[in-house]
Design a protein around this ligand. Structure first.
Ligand code: ARG
Length: 253
């Protein structure tokens, strides 16, 4: 009799544990997350020439968050122009693409907690003299990626012609070839093109300081609180564990 009771007690405890596990998982139905990115923005997101895979700071951070929050991820390269429409249309669940958190965007999409700060900065040809701010380029054409916060900044300056490009790579190519007076882009990406890129370093330079204060966030469809909570909880864990610092050291040194 005693033995039967012990066995029963054990069974009960085991099934309670199973239920607890099931309940924990049911708290979030998120198992697999499709992540969209415009992979033309090194070092944040770009396609590795050898592996042909998307790589970069954002990818490593999303992977770490996924691991911490217990879901799997899959990356999808998409064009920047239309990237926000795709989340509304349900083509993917998350955008990890150096997206600046702005009040205008918040009206139509939800952002995670900020994960990095990166303002806009001006890049010109190395040979250019006497230019330290956008205002010094009045009368010239300045390039930026279409519908980015960089393009919005260029538009604000009277007398400058904004040239919008589908990708910032094309803007840098035109700057290099002398078709633009400057390019405005997020600081970390400016540093990559002007200081690290084999073709451009030595030919391009950054002038002045970042002139906007911007924070990046991950984007979910408006109202997708379930995924947003998982991302924010994961981001916190990744920061607390030291993994975030590791990713930073890998990509931003
Ligand atoms: N931070 C800027 C913005 O949100 C530019 C982001 C561009 N990102 C990219 N992967 N091309 O407007």
């Amino acid at each position: 009799m005693k033995r039967v009771i012990i066995v029963l007690a054990l069974l009960l405890a085991a099934s309670a544990a199973v239920f607890a596990g099931a309940k924990k998982e049911a708290a979030s139905g998120v198992r697999h997350v499709v992540v969209a990115t415009d992979s033309t923005f090194p070092p944040m997101e770009f396609v590795d020439e050898k592996t042909k895979e998307v790589d970069g700071f954002d990818m490593d951070l999303v992977k770490a968050i996924a691991e911490a929050s217990g879901f799997t991820v899959e990356f999808k390269s998409v064009a920047w122009d239309g990237i926000f429409a795709g989340i509304e249309g349900g083509k993917y669940d998350l955008i990890a693409s150096s997206v600046t958190i702005t009040d205008e965007r918040k009206a139509t999409m939800d952002f995670s907690d900020p994960y990095i700060n990166a303002g806009q900065i001006l890049v010109v040809q190395n040979a250019t003299t006497g230019v330290s701010t956008l205002a010094d380029l009045v009368g010239k054409a300045v390039g930026a990626q279409i519908s980015t916060t960089g393009a919005f900044e260029v538009e604000k300056v009277k007398g400058i012609t904004l040239k919008s490009y589908d990708s910032i790579a094309l803007a840098f190519e035109d700057l290099y070839n002398g078709r633009l007076g400057g390019v405005v882009v997020d600081t970390l990406t400016a540093m990559d093109y002007a200081l690290k890129n084999e073709k451009y370093k030595g030919s391009l330079k950054i002038v002045g300081q970042p002139f906007t204060d911007e924070n990046y966030g991950f984007v979910v469809k408006k109202g997708n609180k379930e995924l947003l909570d998982l991302i924010n909880a994961g981001l916190k864990k990744v920061k607390d564990s030291g993994k975030y610092a590791e990713i930073e050291a890998k990509w931003l040194r």
